[in-house]
Design a protein around this ligand. Structure first.
Ligand SMILES: Cc1ncc(COP(=O)(O)O)c(C=O)c1O
Length: 393
């Protein structure tokens, strides 16, 4: 009972050209991977600083297991609040320059929990159209009115703020570095508008954490906006190389989330090894500025190379390069063709991105070598020529 329905749904997914399946990685997460039995250069990872297999993180995790065991045993509010959780939270708050921080089990859980904690029925959320699925779901769970504004469109945002009922609580939510387009939100202008219209601001720093100067704290801190943004959230599983997520802000924010946020309250807390690797990662991020520099260098070389081949990369200035294709089937075919030539650049199509904007999402790592990038550019050159890819210019 039920399997007929499942098969019917799967057929619908296939007919829409949106079928997805899992690829298997053997070994660790490096700039090259053994993927489904083939050696490939990895341009599809969020392990931007190359920390996911760093010896310092591995050693910290092993030591934490020896000292504290494997599991945390319960949720934070029962008996699962261990010293390492609080140690990590102090580290995050110090990095971000905020009063307090709170760790979440994942970025997805953070976003789906924070939004309903801050706003509810009768309130208004103003959300960038390209915000991540976890923000979209958080907005839905909040049951507030959702006003979606055009991507980084300040005029539309201001119109939305003006049109909101005067008595409503208003919250603007945006990513700082957009996950699929690699461009930056105009955060200073957004914060100015928020102050003008008495709105709160929540910024998702999932892809910005670890990569912005001066110390990897994210774009909010880099722009000196820490005191003007109510909620900064980010993940520990991307540039920081581990797993989990954080919220940074005031003590009151932390306290309210501990009391009201369902995705914080009703879940087993992260295990000690995960805390320990995040602590080690933050120490490395603060200390090793050269990792960010290496990442930036790699981005500059690959971006310039791809542009000289005629590929369109949108407005990205970051480690996320969206190589725009448009049509979903064409995009997935290009991705497969590149893979056969040893370059893993994931095709991204709806519903992850809007229809007609399918792209290869190419992500750089600090640990890519000049040879990796040179080899990739050779393959992209062939793709542009031999596969007759009619790339946008
Ligand atoms: C912008 C953004 N926010 C949140 C998340 C979710 O974070 P996590 O992977 O820790 O669940 C992601 C990606 O996974 C993301 O890209």
């Amino acid at each position: 009972m039920g399997n007929d329905f499942l098969r019917h749904e799967l057929e619908a997914v296939k007919e829409a050209g949106l079928y997805r399946s899992l690829r298997r990685v053997e070994g660790d997460q490096g700039p090259t991977l053994r993927l489904d039995g083939h050696e490939v250069i990895n341009f599809s990872s969020n392990n931007y600083l190359g920390l996911a297999n760093h010896p310092a993180l591995c050693a910290a995790a092993k030591e934490a297991i020896d000292r504290y065991g494997c599991g945390s045993g319960a949720s934070r509010l029962i008996s699962g609040n261990m010293t390492l959780h609080e140690e990590l939270e102090s580290k995050i708050a110090e990095l971000k320059g905020t009063e307090a921080a709170l760790v979440f089990n994942s970025g997805f859980q953070a976003n789906t929990g924070i939004l309903p904690t801050l706003v509810g029925e009768g309130d208004v959320i103003l959300s960038d159209v390209l915000n991540h699925a976890s923000i979209i779901d958080g907005c839905r769970l909040a049951r507030a009115k959702i006003t979606v504004y055009g991507h980084c469109d300040l005029d539309q945002l201001e119109t939305g703020l003006k049109d909101s009922p005067p008595a409503s609580r208003k919250l603007i939510v945006t990513e700082s570095l957009f996950s699929m387009d690699g461009d930056e939100a105009p955060l200073t202008e957004i914060v100015n508008l928020a102050e003008k219209h008495s709105a709160m601001v929540m910024v998702d720093e999932a892809h910005a954490t670890g990569v912005f100067e001066p110390n990897g704290a994210g774009l909010v801190a880099s722009l000196g906006l820490g005191d003007r943004v109510l909620v900064q959230m980010g993940t520990l599983g991307k540039a920081l190389g581990g797993f989990g997520a954080y919220v940074a802000g005031s003590k009151a924010l932390r306290e309210l989330l501990i009391n009201r946020c369902r995705s914080f309250i009703f879940t087993t807390s992260l295990p000690p090894a995960v805390m320990a690797m995040a602590i080690a990662a933050i120490d490395l991020v603060k200390k090793e500025r050269e990792r960010r520099q290496a990442l930036r260098n790699n981005c500059d070389v690959l971006r310039a190379g791809l542009r000289s081949l005629g590929y369109s990369l949108g407005n990205s200035q970051s480690q996320i390069l969206p190589l725009m294709i448009g049509d979903a089937a064409r995009c997935m075919k290009l991705s497969e063709d590149l893979l056969r030539h040893g370059v893993f650049a994931q095709g991204i199509r709806p519903p992850t991105v809007p229809p007609g904007t399918s792209r290869l999402r190419i992500t750089l790592m600090a640990t890519h070598t000049p040879e990796h990038i040179e080899q990739a550019l050779k393959v992209f050159k062939e793709a542009a020529r031999e596969l007759r890819i009619d790339v946008a210019r």
